[in-house]
Design a protein around this ligand. Structure first.
Ligand SMILES: [Zn+2]
Length: 66
């Protein structure tokens, strides 16, 4: 079972911590922000913290940068 990018539908690794591909992520958030999100998600996953509201978490996370 593979996941698909929520923006362009490209296949992404099923163990990816994010629901979109790198290209779209960088397009939406910019490279620096994208890398920060991935880092944040990897950290959350390593803490066993990752839940179903990942997109909401990303939104919250983003607002801290706005
Ligand atoms: Zn994509």
């Amino acid at each position: 079972m593979t996941k698909k990018c929520i923006y362009c539908g490209a296949e992404i690794p099923k163990d990816s911590v994010i629901d979109f591909c790198e290209k779209c992520g960088k397009g939406v958030w910019g490279e620096k922000m994208f890398n920060a999100i991935v880092e944040n998600m990897n950290h959350a996953r390593s803490n066993g913290d990752l839940c179903h509201s990942r997109v909401d978490e990303i939104r919250e996370f983003k607002t801290t940068f706005d």
